[in-house]
Design a protein around this ligand. Structure first.
Ligand code: ZN
Length: 614
């Protein structure tokens, strides 16, 4: 089955890319751009930066950071899902050529890394804190899993199995009793177990999950919480440290818990997820508010102008929430996936799929400059989307996510079929056929037409997002959560869900001090922002105070609001007497646009949270 994540137990079962197909709409457009433009763009840069060449270059000519191999693997994963979804002989040839180059670098005992172990390089596994060898294997194995599930066995699968056997030999019982500074091998090994049935891989993943947290890695300047080695996974109460590491590890822990029946471990991760969502996630679904270590901040430390919100952390958050959704079925997981897809995943790439945000700030104070088209740029330095980065994890992570996106729309169970995300799509699974037509999120109207159905009754379950007050199903009011429609369906039956998408004002918990007294305009699942290119001449985004009573009007794809304009006064000292905000300033209409489109019209200043004023 062509499924990105395939647990053998769980409340819900995933559908494969052969069972769910996106039709023209918000997500299919992005998936097509990924297929037709982003894949070639990535390949160009992997060659240009030398990261593909590393697999055949002499050790002293190796280029790129220590984890550069992983970008090639994530690219292979994206190609594998894409080839499974959409056969393409030309892409198949490119895929096989790259696999052959990777295979060439594998050593006799299965070891495979271009940065360690060869003459003139550091010894193998001599720097588990920063070396990323097991992390790179994780992405190699994930690519092979994608290939195995879409095409069966091939050279990449053979390479990955030899790598996994090598890892079990070296890090198994009696071997190196440690872990990698960057989690990723954990979910990968469980997925390889699911593909091959080899329980050794599951046991090795379990060992890695259990070992971490016992101060097994050397202390570093950011502390051991950075790589979640400060306390055991099953004892932690909240996600912490480096955000991508944290969600990858938690994903692996869920995979291990599900396959071994470890409900204590599953409950521990679910509890961490709930506490994290309650205190450490941006309105966009983004995670990570510390630039220094790309990490979660303390509870409620969510400054918009310091939002790190790495694109990869958004990808990892979707990976984690999806696994928890399959395991437990709680619609809150799908709520966060939706928020993250529309406001982090959709924000990173440019319309043409060849430039990307690495970090996703919520407040841009200064005009950015266009990054160079043909140079690597520092990851967090760009204020506009850039073609490639010296650490370029995000573009390849997006590519594999877009290629497999359809799999996150729906699931099935013995009861019937569940729809979690709304997009125009065709579904054929378990004897059920559905045609879903919608222009969501432009409107909230979703038409679901049955094209095939078993003779007996079954349940169609629809997620009503947490924000969707006023939603209806076939004209009957429904409340946020899950709606279960159990009946004997027949071809031609149609169910119409209307999610009442309209602009709304959202306020933060007052403990998020950085945005206290501010509000966000949201419309359906989409967060809106004020951008300087939409403001009247001479008005800056930092001069705006939102009139909460001024109305919210849908207009030309934006939301028009009324703002007071209070130009900042530059003085010698940026503090003065405390006074009420209201000062009878000028009122102007301001058009807010979807945050995911920001910075697509050249340099601009931008803010998501607008101070409230009278
Ligand atoms: Zn990244």
């Amino acid at each position: 089955m062509t499924i990105p994540v395939s647990p053998s137990h769980g409340t819900l079962r995933p559908l494969g890319l052969s069972e769910v197909t996106l039709k023209p709409g918000f997500w299919q457009r992005r998936q097509e751009v990924n297929r037709t433009a982003t894949l070639a763009h990535i390949e160009h840069w992997l060659e240009k930066a030398g990261w593909l060449g590393n697999f055949s270059a002499p050790p002293d000519e190796r280029r790129g950071r220590e984890f550069a191999d992983s970008e090639v693997y994530k690219f292979l994963e994206a190609m594998a899902w894409e080839l499974g979804r959409h056969p393409d002989p030309e892409l198949e040839v490119r895929y096989q050529k790259i696999v052959a180059r990777v295979a060439e670098a594998q050593e006799a005992d299965g070891y495979l890394n271009t940065n360690f172990g060869r003459p003139g390089q550091q010894p193998r596994y001599s720097d588990l804190e920063w070396g990323h060898e097991l992390y790179c294997y994780g992405h190699l194995i994930q690519a092979a899993v994608a290939r195995a599930r879409t095409s069966g066995s091939d050279q990449l699968v053979d390479v990955a199995v030899r790598v996994a056997d090598h890892v079990c030999d070296v890090f198994g019982p009696g071997g190196i009793a440690s872990v990698c500074g960057h989690a990723e091998i954990e979910p990968a090994l469980v997925e390889l177990y699911r593909v091959t049935g080899n329980a050794r891989y599951l046991e090795q993943a379990r060992l890695f999950v259990e070992r971490r947290g016992h101060q097994i890695l050397d202390d570093i300047e950011f502390g051991r919480a950075y790589f979640q080695d400060d306390m055991p996974v099953r004892d932690a109460t909240v996600l912490r440290g480096h955000a991508v590491r944290a969600v990858y590890l938690a994903s692996g822990a869920v995979d291990v818990a599900v396959e071994t029946g470890d409900t204590e471990l599953l409950d521990a991760v679910a509890g961490q997820w709930s506490n994290t969502v309650a205190r450490r996630v941006y309105i966009t679904g983004g995670i990570g508010s510390r630039h220094q270590d790309e990490a979660f901040g303390d509870d409620f430390v969510l400054p918009p102008d310091r939002a790190y919100s790495e694109t990869c952390a958004g990808v990892g958050s979707v990976m984690l929430a999806w696994r928890l959704l399959l395991a437990q079925g709680d619609p809150r997981y799908a709520d966060l996936i939706e928020r993250t897809l529309f406001n982090v995943i959709a924000t990173s790439p440019s319309d043409d799929g060849t430039r990307f945000f690495y970090t996703n700030t919520l407040h841009q104070r200064v005009l950015g400059t266009e990054p160079p088209a043909d140079e690597l740029v520092p990851r967090a330095a760009s204020t506009l989307r850039a073609p490639w980065f010296s650490v370029s994890c995000c573009p390849t992570n997006l590519a594999r996510t877009f290629a497999g996106l359809a799999a996150y729309l729906a699931t099935y169970s013995d009861e019937g079929l569940q729809i979690h995300q709304y997009a125009a799509a065709s579904i054929r699974a378990a004897g059920i056929g559905l045609e879903i037509d919608t222009d969501y999120p432009v409107s909230g109207r979703v038409s679901i037409r049955v094209t095939a159905s078993p003779a007996e009754e079954w349940t169609l379950t629809l997620r009503v997002p947490h924000w969707a007050d006023g939603a209806t199903v076939d004209g009957e009011p429904v409340t946020p959560g899950l709606v279960h429609l159990r009946r004997r369906f027949a071809p031609g039956d149609t169910v119409v869900l209307d999610l009442a998408v309209r602009p709304r004002l959202t306020a933060p918990d007052p403990r998020i001090d950085a945005v206290r007294g501010c509000a966000v305009v949201e419309r359906g699942p989409v967060v809106y922002c004020a951008e300087s290119v939409d403001l009247p001449e001479g008005v800056a985004v930092d001069a705006l105070r939102l009139d909460a009573d001024g109305g919210l009007a849908d207009r030309d794809g934006g939301v028009e609001v009324t703002c007071h304009v209070s130009p900042p006064v530059d003085g010698a000292w940026p503090y003065g007497p405390a006074r009420p905000a209201g000062d009878g300033s000028e009122r102007v209409p301001v058009m807010l646009r979807p945050y995911h489109d920001w910075a697509s019209r050249g340099p601009s200043t931008m803010r998501v949270w607008l101070p409230l004023g009278e």
